[in-house]
Design a protein. Structure first.
Length: 537
């Protein structure tokens, strides 16, 4: 596939993804003495959902009582699917890493006693600092270089192939270990300041046989201006909500709790105004804390503090859900030798359980899982004696990459966009994916399954179309995994609900594993394959 005049590299560790998790993975692997390449679909430092805005952090001082209270609260909220030891690990690791970030020069605010307040990071400054740290560590960065498929042989993963948009060339990186940190799937064709939230990392891993987990906990929607895509909804806690006739709608604590906004939007348009920020000082603080929130309003010529604006909900899939590649141990390893997962690409169930990680948990998980995955990948690579150059590797990618030209003038890009729109029609509607019911989800899954063969007929004819076809295939795969898991969890727990099963079922207080690409199987985590087959027979 790779010609002699195209980009070919050999390294110890390849990190796929340039958000916070990917940056920490690359830095951590390099700090272990590994040779590292990082390939990002965008630009390391500005791609991903963190870079354009601020994020809170799960930062607590080393106080046993405070930390234990936080752990027990998360256990309860997450439907008792998380693990206390993992939450404590995150609290410990993020404390260490944020001290490191400050040492690198991040200007944390300080309280009246001069103690740094490390519970919040401004995305632009944070990710600029991370790029600098990764570069200083000696990592080779491939910007604008989306990965399309992993390389593999009988020994496990061996690198990846992709496209360099900057140089208009294919690239191939052979590596002893790979960290998938490409983010989750929000089923967006555009928005959030980037174009990376389409789930390719999950599909690439699954094609190698990696399992997934937590896919049913993907019911998270976030409020946004109806004319924008920015989903930083925290500032809407300063808002008053109105119906189309200007009557006030009473929300219990903001637009997220108790199904308030989804329920209201089913009845008709909903408007908001940030009128609780009623002084210039309050408004200044809000603009400084989340500058990106105000971008769509400023562009539309709307003053959100004094004018009503229409709201909608944007579906965030596994980005603020918990689903992702199943990790098998504290090193963030997967079921594929040499393959590790971090950030939104990895399931967060061990930390967040059945509840969304929101901002603080997700941002902290990215820091910690990236650190652990990078360190483990370097140790794996350093422990291999054989050279990756001598392995007989082949590309594992199939979905969205194997179609032949139809000869009818249709482009692969057009077909991919049509498929994406069809998938979005199954996952965006509140009446399908938010207010879930068994027959509705079953019908949607049947339609998605009928679309799946189409991913093998996509016929991309350019580099851009190849990327788009892969995105379409990934979005279709993720939607099928989500709904397959949702139907297997016949209860209401955390983010997941089914109308017919309105309470928690004690028999389902365990995590569900999802495996397969063409044929999907769902089973309790840790259940041996032989036992599963016996039950099916």
């Amino acid at each position: 596939m790779i010609a002699n005049d195209e980009i070919t590299l050999t390294t110890d560790v390849l990190v796929i993804g340039g958000g916070p998790a990917g940056a920490w993975a690359a830095w951590s692997a390099a700090s272990q003495g590994a040779k590292v390449v990082l390939a990002d679909k965008g630009f390391l430092g500005s791609s991903g959902a963190t870079a354009p805005g601020g994020t809170n952090l799960l930062y607590l001082p080393p106080d046993d009582k405070l930390r234990e209270q936080a752990v027990q609260q998360r256990m309860k909220e997450g439907g008792y699917l998380s693990e206390p030891a993992w939450i404590h690990r995150v609290l410990d690791q993020v404390y260490v890493n944020l001290q490191r970030v400050e040492d690198w020069g991040y200007p944390f605010r300080r309280d009246e006693n001069g103690t740094p307040m490390r519970d919040h990071l401004q995305g632009p400054e944070y990710m600029k600092l991370m790029r600098s740290a990764v570069s200083r560590a000696g990592v080779r960065i491939l910007d604008q270089s989306p990965a399309l498929e992993l390389l593999t042989d009988e020994y496990g993963v061996g690198g990846a192939r992709g496209i360099s948009r900057q140089k208009n060339k294919n690239w191939e990186v052979r590596a002893k270990a790979v960290v998938i940190a490409t983010g989750g799937c929000a089923f967006l064709s555009k928005g959030l300041g980037c174009n990376v939230l389409t789930g390719e990392g999950l599909l690439m891993a699954a094609e190698l046989g990696a399992e997934l987990s937590g896919m049913e906990f993907s019911r998270q929607y976030a409020p946004s201006a109806a004319f924008g895509t920015v989903t930083r909804g925290r500032l809407l806690n300063w808002a008053t909500y109105y119906d189309e006739d200007g009557r006030i709608l009473h929300s219990p604590g903001g637009p997220r709790p108790h199904d308030f906004l989804p329920t209201m939007l089913r009845k008709g348009p909903v408007y908001a105004m940030l009128n609780h920020a009623d002084t210039p000082e309050k408004r200044r603080i809000l603009r400084q804390s989340h500058a990106i929130f105000f971008v769509p309003y400023d562009r539309a010529g709307i003053d959100p503090f004094t004018e009503r604006f229409p709201l909608t909900l944007r579906y965030e899939g596994t980005v603020r859900g918990t689903g992702g590649i199943r990790i098998t141990g504290p090193d963030c390893a997967t079921t594929v030798p040499g393959l590790y997962a971090a950030g939104d690409a990895a399931t967060r169930e061990r930390v967040t359980g059945a509840k969304s990680g929101g901002g603080a948990f997700n941002a902290s998980w990215a820091i910690c899982s990236g650190t652990w995955a990078g360190e483990a990948a370097a140790q794996h690579a350093n422990g291999l004696r054989s050279s990756v150059e001598n392995r007989r590797l082949h590309g594992a990618g199939r979905a969205g990459m194997m179609g032949e030209s139809h000869g009818d003038g249709q482009s692969g890009s057009l077909e991919a966009n049509q498929l994406i729109q069809s998938v979005q029609r199954e996952v965006f509607p509140l009446d399908i994916n938010y207010f879930r019911s068994e027959p509705i989800i079953q019908g949607s899954l049947q339609r998605l399954n009928s679309m799946w063969p189409d991913v093998y007929t996509l016929a991309p004819s350019s580099a851009r179309e190849r990327v788009r076809s892969r995105e379409a295939a990934a979005m279709t795969a993720v939607a099928r995994w989500m709904y397959s898991a949702a139907l297997a969890r016949r209860e209401t727990r955390g983010m997941h609900t089914l109308l017919e099963y309105k309470t928690q079922n004690p028999a389902l207080q365990h995590r569900l594993t999802v495996s397969g690409v063409d044929e999907i199987e769902v089973f309790p985590e840790g259940q041996p394959q032989l036992e599963r087959r016996r039950k099916l027979d």
